[in-house]
Write a protein that binds this ligand. Structure first.
Ligand code: 9WO
Length: 248
């Protein structure tokens, strides 16, 4: 099975649909490779004021998202199940999102993403209604919508037929745990900075080796943590040594 259906539970549905309709995700939706449905907890309230939040037990600033509207929205999103589905809420308390986690998720048939606002959601919703909690990283943003959009974008790119073959192959090789190499386009000179000589010639083997060397070197300089769990082969070791020597 491969992911075909995203559902987002959010108080700002138009924020999510507007952003998702651009670029790679927009095209995938248009072509029917994936569908995106939004569910607003406010539509599941029963009081005159459409109350989705309430004061926190124990006091303190801000408001907490109530259980019932979130629960009812998720129930609706999960209706007519299409194979294996997962409910994931986005929060800084979650498991860090990695390419490997997203690749696993791309094998589901439905992913229900819950975006929080205010000070967060009633913890019993997280415990009872969510299968997992995912985090972008150790920083605070104002709500889960942008995180949900990142998850949708990153997973959609992994689905068959979304990117061209060339793009997918390139993505595979680079996501093998290295940073990308530098890119250049015209003009040839900017403020005395020339495009690297090797890129100006037509030797594709040399160009591929130069790019791999730059990827290795930049990963070593900027993200040495990535090289710790990436066993370089003899050729890659040699390229990285050359890169380091050439730094002087
Ligand atoms: C606030 C805070 C203050 C001190 C210490 C830890 C703290 N965590 C938070 C917090 O999680 N605030 C949330 C912000 C409340 C609900 C709305 N917010 C939010 C952030 N929704 N989703 C995210 C998020 C952040 C990173 N990755 C995924 C989702």
């Amino acid at each position: 099975m491969v992911l075909t259906r995203f559902d987002i539970v959010t108080l700002f549905p138009e924020m999510v649909t507007a952003a998702a309709n651009y670029g790679v995700t927009g095209r995938a939706i248009e072509r029917g490779i994936v569908s995106l449905s939004v569910w607003n907890p406010r539509d599941y309230t029963h009081d005159r004021h459409k109350t989705v939040d309430d004061r926190p037990y124990g006091g303190g600033p801000g408001m907490v998202m109530k259980y019932q509207p979130l629960h009812d929205a998720v129930m609706d999103a999960k209706q007519a199940p299409v194979g294996n589905s997962k409910v994931v809420c986005l929060s800084p308390q979650g498991k860090p999102i990695t390419q490997a986690l997203l690749k696993d998720a791309s094998q589901l048939s439905q992913l229900v993403l819950v975006a929080g606002r205010y000070e967060g959601m009633d913890e019993r919703f997280v415990e009872l209604d969510c299968d997992e909690e995912w985090s972008l990283g150790d920083y605070v943003i104002s709500g889960g919508e942008l995180a949900a959009l990142i998850v949708i974008d990153a997973i959609t790119r992994l689905l068959p037929g979304v990117l061209g073959d060339a793009d997918s192959a390139e993505q595979d090789s680079y996501m093998a745990g290295l940073l990308d190499c530098p890119h250049y386009t015209r003009p040839e000179q900017i403020n005395g900075r020339a495009v690297p000589e090797v890129l100006m010639g037509g030797n594709h083997a040399d160009i591929a080796r130069w790019r791999l060397k730059q990827s290795l070197g930049r990963t070593w300089q900027r993200r040495p943590d990535l090289l710790k769990n990436n066993n370089l082969d003899a050729d890659q070791e040699k390229l990285l040594k050359e890169f380091i020597v050439e730094l002087n």
